[in-house]
Write a protein that binds this ligand. Structure first.
Ligand SMILES: O=C(O)CCC(=O)C(=O)O
Length: 227
């Protein structure tokens, strides 16, 4: 799965002065209510990418998170976190892929699939599971277009985190996504192809001026196949 990640060199720190906000949503970024889960470098960018980026806060319940952890922890615990390969896009992680899930987890994943992908889409069979140590982080990268299609949908377990998107050829354009524990994020099309995505390290984990402590985080990621 590491092949999916082509690490890009720049790491962009957005200026605090030009933030625009979207609403956290149970049905897309345009819905109103609650606090903002996405901020960006300009109103225009937020509007343009709004339908291509979703954060669904509280997508799974505590019980559903526990069911996923129960199934994932035994396998993950047999692996060591990897820290020191200079070229890796990810630092401080262990990972696995899973094709078969127990009934409770399969039901959760089916919900993710039906929210994120149009009916009849060809999906990447194995679900990617990435376990980031508290000190781990994911550097800016764009997922390989050879191996995965237009949509990435990920559940966040155990910890809140910040995902940053930065336009590949114009680092003045960026969005920060507040991925709260048990949320689902979906990146589509332009947001997936033209923007790098990264998960910030704990020391840099600040959302819209507010510190968001990063702990150990497990993500469960579904992708479609290239078209
Ligand atoms: O952990 C996540 O949610 C993001 C993972 C990621 O960047 C990737 O697999 O390409």
């Amino acid at each position: 799965m590491k092949l999916l990640l082509a690490a890009l060199k720049h790491i962009h720190k957005p200026a605090a002065s030009c933030r625009q906000q979207l609403r956290r949503s149970s049905g897309g970024l345009s819905a109103l209510g609650e606090e903002a889960a996405v901020v960006g470098s300009s109103r225009e960018l937020v509007r343009r990418l709004g339908s291509r980026v979703e954060v669904r806060t509280g997508f799974i319940s505590e019980e559903e998170e526990a069911a996923l952890l129960l199934e994932l922890e035994p396998g993950l615990k047999k692996k060591r976190y990897e820290f020191d390969h200079w070229d890796d896009a990810i630092h401080g992680y262990r990972e696995t892929e899973r094709v078969r899930w127990g009934a409770a987890c399969e039901e959760i994943l089916n919900r993710v699939r039906s929210e994120a992908f149009p009916e009849g889409s060809s999906l990447l069979g194995p679900v990617h599971v990435l376990d980031l140590d508290k000190t781990g982080f994911i550097k800016p990268h764009i997922d390989s277009v050879k191996f995965c299609g237009s949509t990435i949908a990920g559940l966040s377990l155990l910890s809140d985190s910040i995902m940053r998107l930065v336009k590949e050829n114009d680092s003045s354009e960026w969005l920060d996504l507040l991925l709260s524990r048990r949320s689902l994020y979906i990146l589509r099309d332009e947001a997936r192809y033209d923007f790098t995505h990264e998960i910030l390290k704990d020391e840099e984990s600040v959302f819209n001026g507010q510190r968001v402590p990063r702990d150990r985080r497990i993500s469960v990621i579904c992708r479609n196949l290239p078209g």
